[in-house]
Design a protein around this ligand. Structure first.
Ligand code: AMP
Length: 381
């Protein structure tokens, strides 16, 4: 068991690492983060910062030496480096879990072997394999890079054979082709798996993506309890079968008829779980610290409906957004990540709208969001 006063090592210094560091600090843990960027979001709040690439093995071993337990905010770290770390200190999630998740094809095969529901898929490493795969799956379909794709990056929708030439840049690395799902809702389950295999899930999050990037989350999702209990049980089974320790995320599609398909797994805290920090008895970040520290898991009760809206860099195109207007609403909580430069698509922060509201909290959160848009975008809207 890792107790307050001991040190948690974090691989990766973005906003997820920042919130892990902040929650660890509130609980009295010490933290050390490994990240290449000076003054990164996590480096601003952790006790120590090792400034080096996350795949620098000398730096990673130094992080391990300073830590009592090591964890990560980013799964695309080479397995060989994780194996080195786990030889010296406990590492959660393990290199084995990361090896299963970080390659889309291996992840999909893991789910298939265990009979978890997902959209049909076929590996496609080159143009010939892609053409054959489209014959098996038909159109429309989605081509995805096996590794290093996130936030809709490394993906291409194919509507007909005429789109095949557009796939050439993606096919420079191995891909997997998926049948396109016509879904009614996108949801995610954030859950924790403890060191003894015990699981605890947060209420289901209902997500809206824009351009492949998460825009908003509503929790609890608008899904009736008879349907939500099996969804939570499904996600918890994925976590146990994987042998994961820590918080993880299972993203799913809900089809019009109610059938649920797993889209992908993230072996870490997640953007769609940001609502838990501010609206749940235990945040996903505290829960992760509890899980990797071998401590009992906390309550996942949510205090009411909550909406999270992401604040991307384009909001800064006319200068700093009008936080005074947003914060005039007493039900709003603002979280900014301390990133020096805003760029389009870059996650700069998010806000929560907590509690019910006439017309629904989602509509009110969207209204507040529109108030932050730069004048040019607001007119176009
Ligand atoms: P991913 O990075 O795989 O989670 O994909 C990003 C977003 O693209 C998802 O959240 C969906 O909105 C959309 N998407 C990905 N795969 C599919 C699919 N097979 N069918 C329909 N939409 C998809």
């Amino acid at each position: 068991m890792i107790l307050p006063g001991q040190t948690i090592g974090i691989l990766g210094g973005g906003q997820l690492g920042r919130f892990l560091g902040l929650e660890a600090r509130l609980m009295g843990f010490k933290t050390v983060v490994l990240d290449p960027t000076p003054d990164s979001p996590a480096a601003q709040v952790c006790d120590r910062h090792i400034q080096a690439a996350v795949d620098d093995s000398t730096a990673a071993l130094e992080l391990a030496r300073l830590s009592d337990v090591v964890t990560l905010e980013w799964e695309l770290i080479p397995a060989a480096l994780l194996e080195k770390i786990e030889k010296v200190k406990p590492l959660f999630p393990s290199s084995k879990v990361i090896a299963t998740i970080s390659d889309r094809l291996v992840q999909k095969e893991f789910l298939k072997e265990r009979g978890f529901p997902q959209t049909p898929f076929v590996p496609a490493a080159n143009r010939q394999e892609l053409e054959a795969a489209t014959k098996t799956l038909g159109f429309p379909c989605v081509l995805k890079r096996r590794r290093h794709g996130y936030d809709g990056k490394g993906q291409l929708r194919l509507h007909s054979p005429a789109d095949l030439p557009k796939a050439a840049p993606l096919l420079e690395a191995p891909c997997v082709l998926e049948a396109l799902v016509s879904f009614d809702k996108e949801i995610s389950v954030i859950l924790a798996v403890g060191r003894e295999g015990q699981t605890r899930a947060f209420p289901i999050a209902e997500n809206v993506h824009r351009g492949g990037i998460l825009h908003s989350t509503l929790a609890p999702a608008s899904i009736p309890i008879p349907q939500s209990d099996p969804i939570l049980a499904l996600a918890e089974k994925v976590g146990r079968d994987l042998g994961h320790v820590g918080v993880m995320t299972v993203e799913m599609f809900v089809e019009t008829g109610g059938r649920v398909l797993i889209n992908e797994i993230a072996p870490r805290v997640h953007n769609s779980g940001h609502y838990t920090l501010g609206a749940c008895a235990t945040s996903q970040f505290e829960q992760h610290i509890r899980a990797v520290g071998g401590l009992p898991l906390g309550s996942t009760v949510v205090e009411g409906p909550v909406v999270m809206i992401n604040l991307l860099g384009e909001l800064w195109s006319d200068g700093e957004p009008r936080w005074d207007l947003l914060l005039a609403h007493p039900s709003v909580k603002l979280f900014l990540y301390g990133k020096a430069k805003a760029a389009p698509g870059r996650k700069m922060g998010h806000f929560l709208f907590i509690g019910d509201y006439p017309g629904g909290p989602l509509a009110e959160a969207e209204r507040l969001y529109r108030g932050l848009l730069p004048v040019s975008a607001a007119t176009a809207d």
